[in-house]
Write a protein that binds this ligand. Structure first.
Ligand code: HPA
Length: 248
């Protein structure tokens, strides 16, 4: 079972014929919405909209633990593809570009970021050297090739707290730190998947130039973001279709 977490611009998957929906409760509370089950090709898929069906849950209020628990423990997902929109900071990552990041820097704070939260359970430190699953990233890149799409396969994702966008000076700092793209939901999602020992990778759509860069030099234009997301999510759907129909 492959899980897909849809972000801004991807609240449903048109190629997924939904066979059933399930309301799930977890020891960590309620996930962002119902789990939608179906198949793409021969692949069983479970889909969850990260921000809820009506896009009402902001990044810092997403119940990441419930989402991951529901997908892995209730639905039985053995792989998770996250779809997320990001700001671009590297010259080749302009609006519309697709990226499969390979590293993360976490700038979020105050989020419930672990299943190993003390109490009676022994302390657990997971390895996070490679935050994304290498094999799943490769499969995503092969699927992109098969779909005839150019996708950048190496980028450092900076996870910021949001919901506000960053200042130009903050973006300069992220660039100095070595980040290439910036988004608000990459963490703790990635580490929670790791804690559940479930392969996790992301396909990111560059929705805008990050603050102070490219044509966002003085401000970020939201009308533009919507148009970019609308077009690029078509490409993401195609990557996912190829991922699901590929013979491995
Ligand atoms: N910053 C943070 N998150 C984002 C951005 C951005 O510029 N664009 C889309 N998600």
């Amino acid at each position: 079972m492959l899980a897909i977490i849809g972000g801004s611009g991807l609240t449903r998957l048109s190629s997924l014929e939904i066979e059933r929906r399930e309301v799930v409760r977890t020891p960590y509370g309620e996930p962002s919405g119902t789990l939608a089950y179906g198949r793409i090709g021969h692949q069983q898929v479970v889909f969850l909209a990260r921000h809820g069906h009506g896009h009402t849950i902001p990044p810092h209020r997403v119940n990441y633990r419930a989402n991951l628990w529901a997908l892995v423990k209730s639905a039985g997902a053995d792989g998770i593809v996250s779809v997320a929109s990001v700001g671009g900071m590297r010259d080749d990552l302009k609006p519309g570009a697709l990226v499969v990041p390979h590293q993360i820097i976490d700038y979020t704070w105050g989020r419930l970021a672990t299943f190993f939260d003390g109490g009676d359970a022994p302390v657990v430190h997971v390895d996070f050297t490679e935050p994304y699953d290498r094999a799943l990233r490769e499969r995503l890149l092969c699927a992109s090739d098969a779909a005839g799409l150019k996708v950048s396969g190496a980028a450092v994702y900076a996870a910021t707290q949001g919901p506000r966008l960053e200042s130009a000076a903050e973006i300069e700092r992220l660039v100095r730190d070595g980040a290439d793209i910036v988004g608000m939901t990459g963490m703790p999602e990635a580490v929670l998947a790791r804690e559940l020992k479930t392969p996790y990778a992301a396909v990111c759509v560059v929705a805008n130039w990050a603050a102070g860069r490219g044509d966002s030099a003085s401000s970020i234009r939201f009308e533009q973001i919507e148009a970019v997301l609308h077009e690029s999510m078509g490409k993401v759907r195609s990557v996912i279709e190829h991922l699901c129909t590929a013979t491995v």
